[in-house]
Design a protein around this ligand. Structure first.
Ligand code: 13P
Length: 253
């Protein structure tokens, strides 16, 4: 059985006090309301990871994640944080390749391959994001484009290493726009990616890989999306900033 995962990407939101308050609210609700087979993850701004991590203590199905990391272990990279730093702070997950990182920080598939390696070497679980622009969707080449993102950033991994990776499909046109992919569009892409993974690593590895959907997923539409055979959860932006909405999503399987 694949892991069911609901991860909240807080992006560049919340002050220190707000982050602590949201983490506490989420922690209380995960304890009381979320089934133990659903892994809930909070990805706060890096400044607050340690504080937010404290709220997850003693709750097996609640974890913290970073929103990115650098591919180098240390050095003169002002403003960056590395995978060994995250590991040393007890952080189990790192989001890599979010479309905002690709767009605003020019992260390429090759650089992301190096970041994935850095994460795995430090026993962090990468939540690897992929997804197409509206232009690509309308041009009809979107399935092959997203598959290529996996090929270029992940397919150098051994089957064992690939087995540690979580994938998040986030169509760029659906992020923060209120334009969710329909469940049919999400299922089409997720099934295609699973088949692509099977072609490289075999069916057993593909069947074990959790593929999350992200892009305007909210408390109203999560249940329909999560009901799709190949959708194993969500990567949530805006709706993860309110504990009640986020937990409703985590209960939508
Ligand atoms: P929204 O849920 O705000 O559309 O953001 C999705 C996302 O980018 C999560 O990483």
């Amino acid at each position: 059985m694949r892991k069911k995962i609901v991860a909240g990407n807080w992006k560049m939101n919340k002050t220190a006090a707000e982050a602590v308050a949201l983490a506490a609210e989420v922690a209380a609700l995960v304890k009381s309301d979320v089934p133990s087979n659903v892994q809930v993850i909070m990805a706060p701004p890096s400044l607050f990871i340690s504080e937010v991590n404290k709220a997850t203590e003693g709750i097996a199905n609640l974890s913290v994640s970073a929103q990115t990391c650098h591919e180098k272990a240390s050095g003169a990279y002002t403003g960056e944080i590395s995978a060994p730093m995250l590991a040393s702070a007890g952080v189990p997950y790192v989001i890599l390749g979010h479309s905002e990182r690709r767009q605003y920080f020019q992260e390429s598939n090759a650089q992301l391959a190096a970041k994935v390696d850095a994460a795995l070497e430090n026993k962090l679980t990468p939540i690897f994001c992929c997804g197409e622009s509206l232009e690509l969707r309308e041009g009809g080449e979107f399935l092959a484009f997203v598959a290529q993102q996996l090929t270029e950033s992940l397919f150098h991994l051994s089957a064992e290493a690939f087995g540690q990776v979580v994938i998040a499909y986030e169509p760029i046109w659906a992020i923060g726009t209120g334009l969710t992919a329909s469940s049919a569009q999400a299922q089409e892409m997720h099934a295609y990616l699973r088949q692509h993974i099977a072609g490289k690593y075999g069916q057993a590895v593909a069947d074990a890989c959790s593929i999350l959907y992200g892009g305007s997923c909210n408390a109203q539409n999560a249940a329909e999306l999560f009901a799709c055979a190949d959708v194993d959860g969500g990567l949530i932006g805006g709706a993860s900033l309110k504990a009640g909405d986020f937990i409703t999503i985590a209960k939508s399987f």
